[in-house]
Design a protein around this ligand. Sequence first.
Ligand code: C2E
Ligand code: CA
Ligand code: CA
Ligand code: CA
Length: 272
Amino acid sequence: AKADQLEQPLCFDASLGLEKDARCSLEADIEAGLERNEFRVVYQPIARARDGKTVSVEALLRWEHPTRGAVPPDVFIGVAERSRLIRRLGDFVVDSVCREIPPHAGFTVSINLSPTQLKDPDLCARYLEKLGAAGLTSSKIELELTETVLVDDFEQAKQRLHEFNAAGFRVNLDDFGTGFASMGYLHMLPFSKIKVDKSFIDALGKGEGPNKMLQALALLGDALNLDMVAEGVETESQASMLRLLGFEYLQGWHFGAPMTARALAERMNNAA
Ligand code: C2E
Ligand code: CA
Ligand code: CA
Ligand code: CA
């Protein structure tokens, strides 16, 4: 049976049935796309709630495929996570940040990590080395992790988080509220910020329930001494409600859409 398994083609996965073909071809495409330079990183401003100043930017991957067009990260990240491609994409993001963000930029850069990237024992050392070579320090980098990472292997996640912290990275909990996994774990892990998922912000002002939910989340942040970041803030009325609720940071189209490094540099120059 073992020999049979080994002889199966790389992409064979009976449980996925027909889907497997699409996934395999996407995998091959991601690899080709990396070689053809079709990926790039864009940066979305994260504003300090108090004064609207851009204090951080989130690095977000973009893929412009010659025939598929713009492939959303939600699609290709998921495929890449099931293969070693996620490591290459992750490294591509860090390399881009190192190349595009000046060492003395007056803001931090948030980088998303997939749960599977935590299984890479060299990740922390490799990122440190890349940053060091570019004159950037880990204190300028915030790593974003979603709740799913905690369900997978809590002990491993915890160990990695401590490792990142010891290396000078801040680690933030992303998409908070979309699962309930981390509620009980939150206080056991060295997070710096909680990013509240856009779905909660969308519901703001649409009844007492959603407002109370956000109020409770903001109180939770206070209790745990964690800064709260609201995602997907699209209007000034949302922004002012979130300020009142005590959110420290606001991110969304109202403060700026993801943009190229060049556009970001221009924006920061104009603001200075
Ligand atoms: P995320 O980490 O929650 O990123 C925030 C997403 O919300 C981004 O979508 C951003 O463009 C979008 N967004 C921000 N403000 C607004 C707004 O006001 N309105 C609306 N409608 N959307 C807003 P994007 O860039 O499509 O990324 C989707 C997801 O893909 C990300 O969600 C993240 O989970 C993943 N992703 C993106 N880049 C990377 C990466 O480099 N590595 C990893 N592991 N995942 C990534
Ligand atoms: Ca994120
Ligand atoms: Ca998020
Ligand atoms: Ca707060």
